[in-house]
Design a protein around this ligand. Structure first.
Ligand SMILES: [Cu+2]
Length: 159
């Protein structure tokens, strides 16, 4: 094999690798929606519990939170209403995109995702989360219509 043939073979292999890498990244981006806001927290490392109320007035109370980068928080969510609510953590872009998907297909509930917790009427549920990045993030209820009605809040993560 002459060296130019070897070089083009090598190029082919590298291009193939790049394509695989790009595909893997695209995939990871989808599988880890909400990754910018952090990751599922270790319950043993919780430094504080934040109580939140979810109501049929389509509000979270409180609707503004402040945490520190690296902090692991337990959200204790109480649904005081008569319909299902949920809390989804993410960037505003994540939440808006997710709300759009839910509008098109209300059955599109992402069960099992670490950044989502559903709370049945009258029930309390918890979500343990570690905020790994500084910035402004959001939470919202993406039951169709709730986010648009104002069921959302903001979390400032201080570096
Ligand atoms: Cu709701």
């Amino acid at each position: 094999m002459c060296s130019c043939a070897r070089r083009s073979l090598l190029m082919g292999v590298m291009l193939g690798l790049f394509a695989q890498l790009a595909a893997a990244q695209g995939h990871a981006g989808h599988a880890t929606a909400g990754a910018a806001v952090g990751r599922a927290g270790d319950p043993k490392k919780v430094s504080r519990t934040i109580d939140l109320d979810m109501s049929d007035a389509m509000r979270f109370a409180p609707a503004e939170l402040a945490v520190k980068q690296g902090e692991t928080v337990r959200f204790r969510l109480k649904n005081t209403g008569k319909v299902m609510h949920e809390m989804v953590l993410g960037t505003m872009r994540d939440l808006e995109a997710h709300a759009e998907t839910m509008k098109k297909d209300p059955s599109m509930h992402h069960h099992g995702a670490a950044n989502i917790v559903h709370v049945a009427p009258g029930r309390t549920a918890a979500l343990v989360w570690q905020f790994t990045n500084a910035g402004e993030f959001h939470y919202g209820c993406l039951v169709p219509g709730h986010f648009e009605a104002g069921m959302r809040g903001s979390i400032k993560v201080a570096p």
